[in-house]
Design a protein around this ligand. Sequence first.
Ligand code: SF4
Ligand code: SF4
Ligand code: FES
Length: 259
Amino acid sequence: MHHKKENIDIEEKVFSFKIFRFDKRKDQGPYFECFNVKAKKGMTVLEALLKIQEDQDPSLVFRYSCRGAVCGSCAMIINGHPNLACRIQLANLPSPEVLIEPLPNFEIIKDLIVDMEPFWKAYRMVEPWLMPGEREKQGEHLVTEKNRAQIDQFVNCILCACCYGACPVVSRDEDYLGPAALAKLFRFIRDSRDKRNWEDTFKRLDNEHGAWGCDTVFRCVDACPKQVRPTDGIEALRRRMVLRPFIRQAAHEAKSESK
Ligand code: SF4
Ligand code: SF4
Ligand code: FES
């Protein structure tokens, strides 16, 4: 009942959007521009931006695709907090004045569109995708329910880069790989089907731009719209890197004893 009343009220309201504008090809510097939008029942921030683009300024640009909080492309700063524009309903905003800015820690291409290349570069470097062994390549290979539960939250990552935009280490070290790529890699450490040579991977991450760069201030956890806790993944990755020689030694001893 309460929600219904809120949505009826919202239809009466005009929302004022203060939007970051910048075109690197022609503007001397960034500026803000205000647009008013008459709210509709259930309208999201993304729908309001589309309405502005359609009715008031077709030159305003932003990314989106799924409109359902799945593709991760509409990440931006809404009232000072990273979020997905398609996930936030106007009815749930604290005031009809809405500040919209692009994700920080990226170069701005135009308006709310940023150059995601550093984010994807880190992703490619970390290789957070499944590398099965020969046995796993042959037909179906199931993971146990317990194993799936261990990787569950990291599977939910939609690579929106909200965490990367919020990370203070990324803002001072452009070579830091960032929370998303490192946490996603941890998902494959725990995935029993992944049989890559972990020594090579750990060697690449054993430095201050990799697993040891994080200063554990949890901004990425606050920023994530999908309830992923990247810091937990990075911490667990570090533990695994430190313990790896002991695990290998123990496995070696067990093998020798069984001979
Ligand atoms: S961890 Fe969360 S904030 Fe970071 S990329 Fe994945 S979904 Fe987005
Ligand atoms: S916890 Fe680590 S990865 Fe997350 S925001 Fe802080 S420094 Fe960045
Ligand atoms: S449009 Fe896909 S997550 Fe928002």
